[in-house]
Design a protein around this ligand. Structure first.
Ligand code: ADP
Length: 661
């Protein structure tokens, strides 16, 4: 085994690798850029080497500096994590040339699987079932339309060099093929410097199910079951689980055996993942092979009991697998949620800033993999993932329940985040029934996500909690003013909780260990637990129901969040609540007659001129943001009034691009 390794990565995955290395008594070297000088992976490693400026092209992607850092520190091997250089054949080659082991597969396997067209050809030859399609690169619209018509609509246009969900488009008609080919080629060129685009059949109601493989350097190859990653947003995974609630043991075995056949065909060693798309009849088709550790590997670790990083280290050090396929047993259920710094209510735009609060949940069956800490900064330079929250249970229902509670308790402040949205996913009846497809998010949240108000008793409990907190703090304040003569104040017992449009009249009574709240119908709800106004989280009981609730104070109101639902509560004297309706409300400006930029970006082109009439669904403008070309379309029939932005100019979020007449 190695004495010292270098981790050519950052964030949670660098910390994840360090954790196993420490357990095995291996010393670790971190690398870091300017933005990461204070990062968690730097703090946790035994040594750290500075490798350059913040943009990854000047640091984490500079092969020479990383090889040099390994040489200088005497690291015998390098773990690449995921992303960055993990799937760059030249990196593995450079390390080999320097006599340093690469903790991953051999260079030729990385190369063979790095290209979607080439890997599909290879998979076909290895007897792996692939998506029907045309494996040449397309250049002309006419050719693309001809191929698409042969395959049959709908089809998918894909960049051969694509990855991370970028460079992919569904086309349901010849017109969409024409429109899509240009855009996909442009995107492929700007993101991957390679404009080859191919076409394959779009599998309807698809599920994404992938097989984890593990192989040593001696050709022993195993499959460690599957992960279902169907819950995606724009082809990027959001929630993953193991096992899949969909596969029969027969399909699992067939997929596992094909994955092993493919791994053997490229002489694979180390951990790798063979991704499949699965249709509603359990037909499965190879998508691609990722020749590295995946973000979602923890769910496999929890159901197999294996440490994948440990095995990657052992295999790279030349050890043989001591397990056989029969030893691989899947026990229980694991679910992973990816916490991102992004704002779901604004079309999931990335959010950057300082984590003024970061308190992950703890509990039975809860694992948190993260690379940040309270006070750390989420910068614009890297992937905006804050943490991965993984829960384990004996059954899927138990793992789901634990996930939901853990999300309720996850305190993140200072940056926008998707914690509530993840919890809303956990509460979908469709999630519980396991009826997943990659379209689930688009279908369930067509307008995006804004936390809805809870209903029924769930609402009543939050109202009671808001009142109880208010009462507690008023009584505490009264106690203080009581010390000053002439400032004696007896808090009222009656309050009105204004939550949205609803006015809830309650009476509050302080009792031992909490507050009793009586509603207008005379129902008493016992709120028990710490109720201090300084707490951002309530962890206690309302009416005997265990509740973990996030509480965000905003001026005189509080936002209470639980189970993916939220209320904005304002507790006041009943008379004040009555007068509230007389208060003027500031009306937001009417933006329905304008086209606003939904994100900061670059205005690539305009598809309309002043005075032109545009039909609903037709393009108005193209905005490039985060390497994606976004076509902004008319939501209804409109006539263009004034155009206020020029192509080539940069746009702020909500900047007016044009007005409608
Ligand atoms: P990337 O390398 O960018 O991750 P993949 O080929 O792995 O691209 O595809 C990512 C996702 O896109 C899949 O998980 C699936 O949701 C969707 N997808 C890809 N190909 C197809 C297809 N032929 N039919 C339906 N969905 C597809």
């Amino acid at each position: 085994m190695f004495d010292k390794i270098l981790i050519a990565n950052r964030g949670e995955i660098a910390c994840r690798v360090i954790r196993t290395a420490k357990r095995l008594g291996i010393k670790t070297v971190a690398v870091y850029s300017d933005a990461d000088a204070d990062a968690l992976h730097v703090r946790e490693a035994d040594e750290a080497v500075y490798i350059g400026e913040s943009p990854s092209a000047s640091s984490y992607l500079v092969i020479d500096r990383i090889v040099e850092a390994a040489r200088k520190t005497g690291a015998q091997a390098v773990h690449p994590g995921y992303g960055f250089l993990s799937e760059k054949k030249v990196f593995a080659e450079a390390l080999a040339a320097a006599g340093i082991a690469f903790i991953g597969p051999r260079p030729h396997a990385i190369g063979a699987m790095g290209d979607k067209i080439e890997s599909k050809k290879l998979a076909r030859a290895a007897g792996v079932s692939t998506v029907p399609g045309y494996l040449g690169s397309l250049t002309s619209d006419d050719e693309a339309v001809k191929v698409a018509e042969e395959i049959g609509f709908p089809v998918m246009l894909k960049a051969s060099a694509g990855g991370g969900g970028k460079g992919m488009r569904i086309a349901r008609s010849a017109k969409e093929v024409r429109e899509g080919l240009r855009a996909t080629m442009n995107e492929a060129k700007s993101s991957f410097a390679d404009d080859r685009v191919f076409i394959e059949k779009y599998i309807e109601q698809p599920r994404h199910i992938e097989i984890q493989v593990l192989a040593d350097q001696f050709g022993n190859t195993l499959y460690l079951g599957e992960r279902e990653c169907s819950i995606q947003r724009r082809h990027q995974k959001v929630i993953e689980e193991a096992p899949s609630p969909f596969l029969t043991p027969q399909t699992r075995k067939a997929m596992g055996e094909q994955a092993v056949a493919l791994a053997k065909a490229v002489d694979y060693c180390s951990a790798g993942t063979v991704e499949f798309i699965v249709d509603k009849d359990q037909n499965f088709y190879f998508l691609e092979m990722n020749t590295r550790l995946q973000v979602e590997h923890p769910v496999t670790e929890l159901v197999t009991g294996l440490d994948l990083v440990e095995w990657m280290l052992r295999i790279a050090a030349g050890e043989k697998l001591t397990l056989t396929q029969d030893d691989i047993k899947l026990t229980g259920w694991a679910i992973e949620s990816r916490l991102y710094a992004e704002d779901p209510s604004r079309g999931f735009l990335p959010s950057i800033g300082r984590l003024s609060k970061f308190r992950p949940p703890v509990g039975e069956g809860v694992r948190v993999d993260t690379g940040v800490y309270e006070g750390a900064e989420i910068s614009m330079f890297y992937d905006p993932m804050i943490a991965k929250l993984i829960t384990y249970g004996a059954t899927r229902a138990e793992a789901t329940e634990r996930m939901s509670l853990a999300l309720d308790g996850f305190e993140v402040r200072g940056v926008g985040h998707n914690v509530e949205f993840l919890n809303a996913l956990m509460h979908l009846p469709r999630f519980a029934s396991g009826d997943l497809t990659t379209n689930l998010i688009a279908e369930e949240f067509p307008e995006g996500y804004v936390a809805p108000s809870p209903k029924g008793e769930a609402l009543n409990r939050l109202v009671a909690l808001a009142a109880a907190r208010h009462m507690t703090s008023v009584v505490r304040d009264a106690g203080m003013s009581g010390r000053t003569a002439g400032k004696l104040y007896t808090p009222p017992k009656e309050w009105t909780v204004v939550a949205g449009e609803g006015h809830h009249k309650v009476a509050a009574k302080l009792v031992d260990g909490g507050v009793d709240i009586t509603d207008g119908q005379g129902n008493i709800r016992k709120v028990r637990g710490e109720l201090g106004q300084h707490l951002d989280r309530f962890d206690g009981f309302v009416d005997g129901v265990a509740m973990v609730v996030q509480i965000d104070r905003r001026g005189t109101t509080s936002r209470l969040v639980q189970g993916g639902c939220a209320i904005q509560a304002w507790v006041m004297a009943p008379r004040a609540a009555e007068l509230l309706s007389l208060m003027p409300v500031k009306a937001p400006p009417d933006t329905s007659k304008m086209l606003l930029s939904p994100m900061p970006g670059l205005l690539v082109s305009l598809a309309a001129v002043e005075g032109q009439t545009i039909k609903a669904g037709e393009p108005l403008a193209v905005v490039e943001a985060m390497k994606m070309e976004n076509v902004l379309r008319a939501e209804r029939d409109v006539t263009i009034g004034k155009i206020l932005a020029k192509p080539g100019s940069s746009l702020a979020v909500d900047q007016v691009i044009m007005e409608f007449a």
